[in-house]
Design a protein around this ligand. Structure first.
Ligand code: ARG
Length: 590
């Protein structure tokens, strides 16, 4: 597929040509084109170039303008300030470019089949534990990054690094041995995610209580850990039951989140067990890790604890047990060595940043990471309650994810029902389905619309508000266009480059032109909130457009109707595509 150049890149190209005509010694210098409020674009590059050539910037700017041949893209170029160019493009150029974009299924977003391979680590809950809002963030942000990266051509390998290993399994398994029917399912009965979690919870609490009160049980649990680690068949089979039961729960949550998680991509901590010994041996042999107080440790000059002593990365504990770090180091080896990753992307809580810093530095020293491989943490902040404190229930317990999702869907369904009250267009089934799409969309959008590293307040009321920067606002923008399309009768969208555009049409058109570059930027910087911001601005431009331009007015000449239908249709497709990249549905009616 030939890629569709944006208007910005066309203008950039024209200016670069004029620049090298006016100042041949500058070669292929960058005119530094930016979007601007004063005109459509602004070129800032001339100043520095003139200085370098020891010339007068305003003079050079004037020369550049004179070097631009007659054309139908640039309408007006004004030299301003010390040597900036303010550029206004023709209405024709806007509509022509958008028409090319509209003719492309991908809306002009380039696809690079030779892009690299990213292994993305996201949606990593822990076995036998309830999922919390942190797991939600990782899942939502990670899933959006998967879509965005794949859309640009990147090969993406998903890894759900679930917490499925550790000493707590000794106690759980031992308890199950002593209470063998606790995880049994009734013949032929399907267990819901909720039921699975509630039996796991019950088992967790009961075994914990026993572990804390009964020394003999504690001892048996410890022996069980040893049996598990040495690969005892019976113990492993019981461990597997916890994993399977947890997966019923995880999948049900991901399903509610309208998110596809595939079983082969669930490669938890346990998957690296067979590598741990070797990982340690290699580190020790190469001297990257040393034994300190019986533990295998890696030290860093710049990482110290509050007491001023160096804080090491502990790869193997003094009792011989492997921890989180050994697993993550082995995962790096696997992902780079076996999966061929050139980017490792971790969508993990910012509070684990130090851990990753140490793991990557260790991997670099060991040669498992090199300059050709990029390791990045897409770190996210803490979810806060309305009171600005870490999100807890009134009783001080962690908020259950499923309760949150349910509340969001309930609120959203009420909003949808309310809005439909006077029109009565929707059936009950539609209200329920759309309520889900709006509620889940609201949760995702709230997560995706603020910069990930920032903590954010979880405020359901605000999330499902019809006004402001919410997914519902975007969904309504889409619905409104679809409704106009249905009411358009015989009028079909068609681009009319010969027409003069109203200011609101131009603004909308110029913003549409930015879609491809926004997607590229987001894929590059791992900042999905910039796509959310783009879509919100798009919807805002659309609102202004409606205020100022009637689409299906009888007094409009037919070509104006067609051109406006064309503009809003492309807007709808852009909204739809952009929201899909964020994992948010766009219902046809609301
Ligand atoms: N399971 C961990 C948690 O709940 C997140 C895992 C992050 N990924 C990794 N490779 N360490 O905090």
């Amino acid at each position: 597929m030939a890629s569709v150049p944006s208007l910005a890149s066309t203008v950039q190209q024209r200016l670069a040509e004029a620049l090298s005509a006016a100042l041949p010694e500058a070669g292929s210098a960058d005119p530094l084109l930016r979007r601007s409020d004063r005109a459509d674009f602004q070129a800032n590059g001339i100043l520095a170039l003139a200085k370098k050539a020891k010339g007068n910037p305003r003079e050079l700017a004037t020369l550049v303008v004179a070097a631009i041949p007659a054309n139908d893209v640039l309408k007006e170029i004004e030299v301003s300030g010390p040597g900036f160019l303010n550029i206004t493009v023709t209405d024709r150029a806007i509509v022509d470019t958008l028409a090319a974009r509209a003719a492309d299924d991908r809306l002009g977003v380039p696809y690079n089949p030779d892009a690299g391979t990213t292994v993305i680590d996201y949606a990593q809950p822990n076995v036998a534990k309830e999922m919390h809002v942190g797991h939600l963030r990782s899942a939502v942000i990670g899933a959006a990054m998967v879509e965005i990266l794949e859309f640009t051509g990147e090969k993406v390998i998903r890894r759900h690094h679930i917490g499925d290993w550790g000493t707590q399994f000794g106690m759980l398994i031992q308890y199950l041995i002593e209470h063998p029917h606790e995880l049994d399912h009734k013949e032929g009965e399907e267990v819901s995610g909720e039921e699975a979690m509630s039996s796991l919870n019950r088992l967790y609490k009961a075994s914990r209580a026993l572990f804390d009160s009964d020394e003999e049980f504690k001892a048996r649990s410890r022996d069980r850990v040893v049996a598990l680690q040495s690969g005892d068949k019976e113990t492993l089979a019981l461990w597997q039951r916890f994993v399977d039961e947890s997966k019923i729960y995880f999948y049900s949550v991901f399903d509610q989140l309208d998110m596809e998680i595939r079983d082969p991509d669930v490669v938890g901590e346990s998957a690296y067990n067979a590598m741990l010994d070797e990982t340690c041996r290699l580190l020790e042999e190469s001297g990257v890790a040393v034994i300190s107080d019986g533990a295998l440790c890696v030290f860093f000059d710049d990482i110290k604890g509050p007491d001023g002593n160096p804080t090491p990365l502990i790869v193997r504990k003094s009792n011989g047990g492997y921890g989180y770090a050994a697993t993550d180091l082995s995962a790096v080896r696997d992902r780079v060595g076996n999966l061929g990753a050139d980017t490792l992307l971790y969508v993990v809580d910012a509070r684990q940043s130090l851990h990753f810093k140490m793991v990557w530095e260790t991997a670099r020293r060991a040669g498992w990471l090199n300059d050709k491989v990029k390791a990045v943490q897409l770190a996210f902040g803490t979810v806060l309650g309305a009171d600005g404190k870490p999100f807890k229930t009134r009783e001080g317990e962690t908020v259950r994810l499923v309760d949150l999702l349910q509340q969001a869907v309930e609120r959203a369904t009420a909003v949808v029902r309310d809005k439909d009250e006077e029109r009565g267009q929707l059936t009950e089934a539609e209200i329920v389905e759309h309520g889900r799409q709006v509620g889940i969309g609201a949760i995702k959008y709230a997560d995706l619309s603020t910069s990930a590293v920032r903590d954010y307040k979880f405020d359901l009321e605000q999330m499902v508000s019809l006004h402001g920067d919410t997914s519902v606002y975007l969904q309504y923008a889409y619905v409104r266009i679809r409704s106009i399309m249905r009411n358009a009768g015989d009028a079909k969208p068609a681009a009319h480059p010969e027409l003069e555009l109203a200011p609101a049409e131009r603004a909308l058109g110029l913003h549409l032109d930015r879609f491809a570059e926004t997607v590229a930027e987001v894929a590059e910087s791992y900042e999905p909130h910039k796509l959310a911001a783009y879509l919100y601005q798009l919807a805002s431009h659309l609102t202004k457009f409606y205020d100022q331009c009637q689409v299906l007015s009888a007094s409009n000449p037919p070509e104006v109707v067609e051109n406006r239908l064309f503009l809003i249709d492309l807007t709808a497709r852009t909204l739809h595509q952009g929201m899909a990249l964020l994992g948010i549905r766009t219902p046809e009616r609301l």
